[in-house]
Structure formats: C-alpha cells, structure tokens
Design a protein around this ligand. Structure first.
Ligand SMILES: *[C@@H]1O[C@H](CO)[C@@H](O)[C@H](O)[C@H]1NC(C)=O
Ligand SMILES: *[C@@H]1O[C@H](CO)[C@@H](O)[C@H](O)[C@H]1NC(C)=O
Length: 215
C-alpha cells in the first residue's frame, strides 16, 4: 500500500518537475497571430519586425577591379580562336542570366565582366575590354538588359572595325541559341549568327579583332 502511494507521489513529483522544466525552456509567449491576416504581433500588440528588409552590406571582394593581369599573347591564330569562344561564352551567359535577378546576382554578373577584363588570357585584348567596360558599364538589371548591353558593346567593336552590325533589336527573336531556361539542345549552327567558334570564315562579322587586341 505504502509503496503504491510512494510510486504515485514520485510520479506526480516527476510530472511537476517535467512541466516546470518545459515552462522554463518555453516561457509563455505573449505574441499571437492575427487569424485573418496571419500577421504576428508581439507584446503589447506591436507587430513584430519579421518582414523588415535586412540590409546586408555586400562583402568587399578585393581583386574584382584592377588592371590587366595576363601578359601579351601575340599568336594571332590562338587569339582568334580564343576570341570566338569568348564571344560565344559571354553571349550565352547573358542570354541565360535571370530575367529578374537579385541584387547579389546583379553584382555577380558585373564582377564577372570586370574579372574577365582582368584575367582574360590575352593581355592586349583584356586592355581593350577594360576600356570598353569603363565607357559602357555592364547592364545587369535583367536578362534582356544584359543581353542588349553585350550586343551593343559587340556592335561598338564592329563599328570601329567597319564590320556589319548585329541586329540587337531582334536579338531575343532571332538569336535562338538554345539559351533559354530549357536545357540546351542541339541547334543548327548555320541558323545561329553568334555561334562562331570553330569557323574563322565568320570572323568578319564577329568583331573578333577586338579580342585579338587589334586597332
Ligand atoms: C599559334 O597558336 C596556334 C593555335 O593555338 C598553334 O597551332 C600555333 O603553333 C601557334 N604558333 C606559334 C608560332 O606559336
Ligand atoms: C563556315 O561558315 C561558312 C559560311 O557560313 C560555311 O560555308 C562553311 O562551310 C563553314 N565551315 C566550317 C568548317 O564549318
């Protein structure tokens, strides 16, 4: 009889101890959720600052802006094939860039172009790219803005070299490089005016001389 009473007492004491411990861990919150709006209110009915924008200072990454790093390349054949591949890479990059980029993504694209202008393997070509970036800072607000900006930069080079211009206005319609959000599919090279690698017969229209560092 006594042992049964002791067991019950022990159990009750333990239950009280457990409950008080839980209460210590989770003190009763005076915040509540407004059932209609789902807004959360804290003590005194003051709305919690849950949705306040947190302004995070972007990290200052050294090395993004600065002078050309690589030495002169010289070899015209190597420069030309590097140039064709680079235009392909840059145009494809802007055409797959988000349509609604975040601030972080915008800074990434801008940094990407500035870093490219430092690290491009052909030093004399990189110097020209740097001049272009200084005159025409990268447009990063959307895929369209970035694509048109790069097209315009490319055309600046074409104009200086008295080459035919790309029609930037019809870039999105006509330049189907398979660069949409869908996975890249095999495209007809002949139908792609900017698919320029591996064919130096198209150098005249690519402004590849800029990448060659030619003036
Ligand atoms: C120039 O580069 C091309 C392609 O990379 C290479 O085949 C050729 O041997 C190089 N010429 C010289 C003189 O180094
Ligand atoms: C290069 O392009 C030209 C004109 O578009 C074409 O006639 C030629 O066959 C192409 N050459 C190669 C190797 O693809």
């Amino acid at each position: 009889m006594i042992s049964r009473f002791a067991k019950s007492l022990g159990l009750i004491v333990f239950a009280i101890f457990l409950l008080s411990t839980l209460a210590m861990i989770h003190p009763p919150s005076r915040s509540y959720m407004e059932p209609w709006s789902g807004q959360i209110f804290g003590e005194g009915g003051v709305e919690k600052m849950l949705h306040d924008k947190v302004f995070v200072q972007p990290p200052i990454i050294s090395g993004v802006k600065g002078g050309v790093i690589m030495p002169k390349l010289g070899n015209a054949t190597a420069k030309a094939s590097l140039g064709r591949a680079t235009w392909k890479l840059l145009h494809t990059t802007t055409l797959r860039y988000p349509e609604h980029p975040t601030q972080d993504e915008r800074e990434a694209l801008s940094s990407y172009f500035h870093l490219s202008s430092r690290l491009y393997p052909c030093g004399e070509c990189a110097a020209e790219f740097q001049q272009l970036l200084a005159k025409y800072p990268p447009q990063t607000s959307s895929r369209k803005a970035a694509s048109l900006w790069l097209c315009a930069v490319h055309n600046q080079v074409n104009e200086r070299l008295h080459k035919p211009e790309f029609d930037c206005a019809h870039l999105s319609n006509e330049y189907d490089c398979g660069c949409g959000d869908a996975p890249i599919t095999a495209t007809d090279d002949a139908a792609d005016p900017m698919d320029l690698e591996d064919n130096d017969s198209k150098d005249d229209v690519t402004g590849v001389d800029m990448i060659r560092g030619g003036r």
